[in-house]
Write a protein that binds this ligand. Structure first.
Ligand SMILES: [Zn+2]
Length: 299
């Protein structure tokens, strides 16, 4: 892909190197600053400052460092945490992800008048979301509760090494698939399917889950179609990278790899053939009206 030098999305919440819900940063809450300044210049404030000065001279402390301790903690300096230092390769993957996200924003804002940009959260190891906390083992996911995509960049290495699905366009497909779930949230389809969860048997619900996932693959294809028209980012071999990835993460293929047995009733994402076909359909048509996986028969 020719992605370098293009616009990067500002809707990226980089939580790499943080554990859990995020670190707290030291320093004064800016909301408190106004009242504090007003207090300092009031009569009460002057009395407090007076007492403070007398106290500090009596105890031999530097009054400034005392004030520092009071506001910023014992070091006397604002506690600032250094930004996460990733490896060059990892930071490039973060830039790449922000660029692909920006491209999905450009495409979907053009295609859907009600589109609102989702946030991409980058994390390492584990993360807290409105859908509960998750570990990297879950793989990339979209949480409808906070409308955020969650991605540990190490998943891309896993795709390459364990799933044999390398390539930047394969990675772009993964991000575009999660954005597809965001569109399903906006159109209300994912809420409808979610409501069925409690009413159906697991086997019956899985069938809806497969249709939801295949539609997200279709939407990823629609993104690729329009992104290509807008930016010509794709190069020879890119489409094959995405199809190879869709093939690699089909339920039948994953089950055969892990247990040697294929149980169609337990499918939640669709077979390799279905995933490739729906992505391709979106890519070839670029037409949203072709993506009704819920009434498609056969699927
Ligand atoms: Zn999905």
């Amino acid at each position: 892909m020719k992605w370098q030098g293009r616009r990067k999305s500002s809707n990226v919440d980089d939580r790499r190197g943080m554990s859990g819900p995020g670190r707290s940063r030291g320093g004064i809450n800016p909301l408190l600053l106004g009242p504090l300044i007003r207090l300092l210049f009031s009569k009460t404030g002057l009395i407090i400052v007076g007492i403070f000065l007398v106290f500090s001279f009596a105890t031999g402390n530097n009054p400034l460092s005392l004030i520092g301790n009071l506001f910023f903690g014992s070091s006397g300096q604002a506690v600032s945490s250094a930004p996460y230092q990733g490896t060059e390769e990892e930071n490039e993957l973060a830039d790449f992800s922000a660029t692909i996200l920006a491209s999905t924003e450009d495409v979907w804002n053009q295609l859907l008048p009600d589109y609102r940009d989702p946030t991409l959260v980058l994390f390492t190891n584990s993360v807290a979301s409105a859908c509960g906390s998750a570990s990297s083992a879950t793989g990339p996911f979209y949480c409808p509760g906070d409308e955020k995509l969650y991605l540990d960049l190490s998943f891309f290495y896993e795709m390459e090494k364990q799933l044999n699905a390398p390539g930047d366009f394969a990675q772009a497909y993964v991000i575009a698939h999660e954005v597809g779930h965001h569109i399903q949230k906006i159109t209300g389809i994912s809420d409808k399917v979610q409501r069925l969860r409690g009413q159906l048997s697991k086997t019956e619900y899985n069938k809806y889950s497969v249709r939801l996932e295949l539609q997200a693959d279709f939407l990823a294809g629609v993104w690729a179609h329009h992104s290509q028209q807008m930016t010509q980012m794709m190069e020879t071999g890119d489409l094959e990278e995405a199809l190879n990835a869709a093939n690699a993460i089909g339920d039948d293929r994953l089950q055969r790899q892990s247990s040697g047995r294929v149980v169609p009733d337990s499918f939640t994402h669709g077979t390799s053939e279905q995933r490739m076909r729906w992505f391709k359909k979106g890519f070839e048509t670029g037409d949203l009206s072709q993506g009704d996986t819920f009434s498609a028969n056969p699927l």
